[in-house]
Design a protein around this ligand. Structure first.
Ligand SMILES: Cc1ncc(COP(=O)(O)O)c(C=O)c1O
Length: 369
């Protein structure tokens, strides 16, 4: 048996008529840039999220950069973020001219350790960017309270967390701005690069729309210099066709994760992810830990099972950040986990047979019966 890490074809086949029709109508209307399909998706996403403004942009990385620029963050500023994430979260801080300040992860949720944020705040700190990693909300209540008390901006990186709730409230609605990626493998994925930004703040929304469109809200009226970061019509139409399915897909991922947890519970040498009772988890990724990660990964590959590592090097330990002088001792949890974490196949269409096969192979590798 072969078990892919994700199976985008299975999802396409399940909704093929709607996707094909969406693509055909954009082409028929030649509405490739801006236009009604982008507008319709922005409205639908804002409505589904229950927020006032949504802006479609080129990708989830641009979304963070645009948010930072709109908040006026730049040279001399510091922005606090998490040691384990995709590099977009921190490279955009540098692109804006500011310096990333990394905080270790919580050993249970693998998201930013909220209890360590305050100690990292300096007179130069302007914002905090937590990441709702793997589809698991960070302790966003506590983080929002710190930001309020200290007068810091809060940008939520929701690239892996579309529509997940924390204490019954959607992540992405706690901060000033939330950013999304619709990279194809995300819980809500486009058929190419795409991203979005949401906010309740009208002024920020206008500033971001302007910056993302060459500094102009009206053609040729450039108030500032900006960038070109647009959601294109084809991606918008595809996303609109997929949006009604997101809750089902999130639920299916959660059910798969619960089943993985049940089947892997008690297997010696495997740490399963924590599912908190009071908060949702939508399992963009299902991540276990093993002290024999590399050998396990190689064994699973031999058995036809694709896995991945998110991420093999904690951000501050990457060569790109050596200049910051962060050592493993400064981020002990992220440093230890980077050698243990392993993402197992996870996608809504994962079959019971595929899942049983993955579990059986892990159990046999670990010597469990
Ligand atoms: C946590 C996180 N932030 C930001 C991004 C950037 O998104 P994109 O790839 O759409 O630029 C991603 C996804 O790649 C991500 O996982």
């Amino acid at each position: 048996m072969r078990v892919p890490f994700v199976d985008l074809k299975a999802q396409y086949h399940a909704i093929q008529p709607a996707i094909d029709a969406a693509i055909a109508s954009v082409i028929k209307d030649t509405a490739f840039i801006k236009g009604k399909y982008v507008k319709a998706f922005e409205q639908a996403f804002a409505e589904a999220y229950g927020v006032a403004h949504c802006l479609g942009v080129g990708n989830g990385t641009d979304a963070i950069y645009i948010a930072l620029k709109a908040l006026g963050i730049g040279a001399g500023d510091e922005v606090i973020t998490v040691a384990n994430s995709w590099i977009s979260t921190s490279e955009t801080i540098t692109q804006a001219g500011a310096t990333p300040v990394f905080v270790d992860i919580d050993p249970d949720t693998y998201t930013i350790d909220a209890g360590q944020i305050t100690a990292k705040i300096s007179p130069r700190t302007k914002a905090v960017i937590p990441v709702h990693l793997y589809g698991q909300p960070a302790e966003i209540d506590q983080i929002a309270a710190i930001c309020r008390a200290q007068g810091l901006h809060l940008i939520e990186d929701c690239a892996q967390a579309h529509f997940v709730t924390y204490g019954g409230r959607r992540v992405g609605t706690f901060g000033d701005i939330a950013t999304f990626s619709f990279y194809p493998g995300k819980n809500l994925g486009a058929y190419g690069d795409a991203g979005a930004i949401i906010t309740q703040n009208e002024e920020l929304a206008a500033r971001m729309r302007m910056f993302a469109n060459h500094g102009a809200l009206k053609k040729h009226q450039h108030q500032i210099e900006g960038i070109n970061s647009r959601l294109d019509g084809l991606q918008a139409a595809i996303l609109s066709a997929k949006l009604p399915h997101i809750h089902d897909w999130n639920r299916q991922r959660y059910e798969h994760a619960r089943r993985y947890n049940q089947l892997l519970a008690g297997v010696e040498g495997v740490e399963i992810p924590v599912i908190r009772r009071e908060h949702e988890h939508i399992f963009h990724l299902y991540v276990i830990r093993s002290g024999r990660r590399e050998a396990l990964r190689a064994f699973l590959a031999e058995q036809g099972i694709e896995t991945a590592v998110h991420y093999p090097t904690a951000l501050p330990l990457l060569p790109a950040y050596h200049y910051l002088g962060v050592s493993r001792d400064d981020i002990p949890v992220a440093a230890a986990y980077q050698d243990q974490i392993l993402s197992l196949p996870m996608f809504p269409e994962l079959s019971r047979e595929q899942q049983d096969y993955v579990v059986e192979k892990i159990r046999s590798f670990m010597g469990a019966s």
